[in-house]
Design a protein around this ligand. Structure first.
Ligand SMILES: O=P(O)(O)OC[C@H]1O[C@](O)(COP(=O)(O)O)[C@@H](O)[C@@H]1O
Ligand SMILES: [Mg+2]
Ligand SMILES: [Mg+2]
Length: 344
């Protein structure tokens, strides 16, 4: 064997490559009653993420940027990639046979899959998050939450449950690399897609947020419409009363990317209610719930300011909520300001 070959051999043996598929199989083996349904479902979500990742990488070359020419239920102009990503996830989930119902940002009504077998799941998802960033090549993603289905009720009510009932949640981020961040209720793991192998490889096991960090993330252009609690908090980030170093401001405008940074570097992400949008902007089922689930699993908190996000009973499948999430002490500081200013 040449020296070069032996070096490669050493590299292989010293690097413990844990793929997501291996992780899922270990997980399944720990549960004697596991049926493999959950593994099959996650494999279908991974396939969707790989497909969309590949589409995002060539979007600028293959005429996949720009508007699709229609609006979604929220009255937002759909981008071509919104439509493509939606079709990819709906097809991948439908065909796996373990999904009884789905809610997607891009479709007005819940999708019911009557052929699904019992013991199946309900999946809520934002197929392409951060659409306004597609055409300039900034990170975008896919967000999803998973519930056990009440099958065979076959109704939209399957998805109208508080976020604390989710059995798993995650997101894929299509950035400088493609990351998949996932929790099935036992901590948060992050995997990176190796494009050559086509496999998600474990890069961060059991991600944990520090209790406090000095990064705040909010669309500050909305300052005039914020409530007093949000204004006072952000003022305190810039001019700390105790004379400590001011916080750094970071805002990407794709929730996936802003939460990914928050999970890795710490901080607080906020999209409050304001005078223009009294219910906030972000959608409960497929933006707030999955991200709140991940942040809590990483030791952080997620609140509307006065209520835990995961305890909200969704009024309808496309409902919205104000949200503050990230490091525990930073979120608690916002909650204290809500109390001080008597904001519900
Ligand atoms: O442009 P704004 O008002 O700051 O809003 C940004 C927020 O809107 C969103 O883009 C909404 O997501 P979609 O692209 O899925 O509609 C979030 O990702 C992001 O946090
Ligand atoms: Mg979104
Ligand atoms: Mg979207």
């Amino acid at each position: 064997m040449s020296k070069k070959d032996s070096e490669v051999g050493d590299m292989m043996s010293s690097t413990d490559l844990i793929t997501l598929s291996r992780h899922l199989i270990y997980q399944q083996k720990k549960h004697t009653q596991a049926t493999g349904d959950f593994t099959l479902l996650l494999t279908s979500i991974c396939l969707g993420c790989k497909f969309v990742s590949s589409a995002v990488r060539k979007a600028g070359l293959a005429n996949m940027t720009g508007l699709a020419g229609a609006q979604n239920v929220q009255g937002e102009d759909q981008k071509k990639l919104d439509v493509i990503a939606d079709a990819v996830f709906v097809n991948s989930l439908r065909s796996c046979g373990r999904v009884a119902s789905m809610v997607t940002e891009e479709q007005e009504e819940a999708i019911i899959v009557r052929e699904a077998k019992s013991g199946a799941y309900t999946v809520v998802f934002d197929p392409l998050d951060g659409s306004s960033n597609i055409d300039c090549g900034v990170s975008i993603g896919t967000i999803f939450g998973i519930y056990k289905s009440d099958h065979p009720t076959f109704s939209e009510a399957d998805a109208l449950k508080p976020g604390r009932e989710m059995v798993a949640a995650g997101y894929a981020m299509y950035g400088s690399s493609t990351s998949l961040v996932l929790s099935w209720g036992q901590g948060v793991n992050s995997y990176a897609l190796d494009p050559a192998l086509g496999e998600f490889i474990l890069t961060h096991e059991n991600l944990q947020l520090p209790p406090k960090a000095s990064i705040y993330s909010i669309n500050e252009g909305n300052y005039q419409s914020w409530n007093e609690a949000t204004k006072e908090f952000v003022e305190g980030c810039k001019n700390p009363k105790d004379g400590s170093k001011p916080y750094s401001a970071r805002y990407i405008g794709s929730m996936v990317a802003d939460i990914h940074r928050t999970l890795l570097y710490g901080g607080i992400f906020m999209y409050p209610a304001d005078k223009k949008s009294p219910d906030g902007k972000l959608r409960l089922l497929y933006e707030c719930f999955p991200m709140a689930f991940l942040v809590e699993q990483a030791g952080g908190k997620a609140t509307t300011g006065s209520k835990r996000i995961l305890d909200i009973q969704p009024p309808n499948i496309h409902g919205r909520a104000p949200i503050y999430l990230g490091c525990k002490e930073d979120v608690e500081a916002i909650e204290a300001l809500y109390k001080k200013h008597n904001i519900e």
